[in-house]
Design a protein around this ligand. Structure first.
Ligand SMILES: [Fe+2]
Length: 141
């Protein structure tokens, strides 16, 4: 059974960003499944690589969207993105010492990211997605 499943109500109203989010849910669930069932040590590193790749690409696309919408306090939002990508690399470093601990840390990091950042912070902008220059006006109302 998956730990967290993507649902249509999680959409940020942009198909490519939704697909990236769905991929992150998939990675979370596959790492969780490996930890709970087979515990293959070789499983984690490719998952970290996949997450790192999709996260960097996804966040650059999302940041471009936020700039186009003139989102206020964008620096704070982008700082959260940087923290996330740095945390992934810290987990990669920890993998070589203790892959089970690194698996747990990845599940916690990605679970919290999807639940708190994607489903709360990113969705604030979903109604304005794709409408340039709207976020600074809409969020004030
Ligand atoms: Fe974001």
């Amino acid at each position: 059974m998956p730990l967290l499943s993507w649902k249509p109500e999680y959409s940020v109203n942009r198909e490519d960003l939704d697909r990236h989010h769905q991929e992150m849910f998939h990675i979370l669930n596959s790492v969780y499944d490996n930890l709970m069932n087979s515990r293959e040590s070789s499983f984690l590193l490719p998952s970290i690589d996949r997450l790192s790749g999709i996260a960097k690409y996804h966040l650059s696309v999302e940041e471009q969207c936020l700039r186009e919408m003139c989102v206020p306090d964008i620096d704070h939002h982008i700082a959260k993105h940087r923290e996330f990508t740095e945390s992934i690399e810290m987990i990669r470093n920890g993998y070589y010492e203790n892959y089970l601990e690194a698996s747990k840390e990845l599940i916690i990091l990605l679970g919290e990211w999807l639940f708190n950042h994607v489903l709360k912070e990113d969705r604030k902008y979903s109604d304005m997605m794709g409408i340039p220059g709207t976020a600074d006006k809409t969020l004030d109302n």
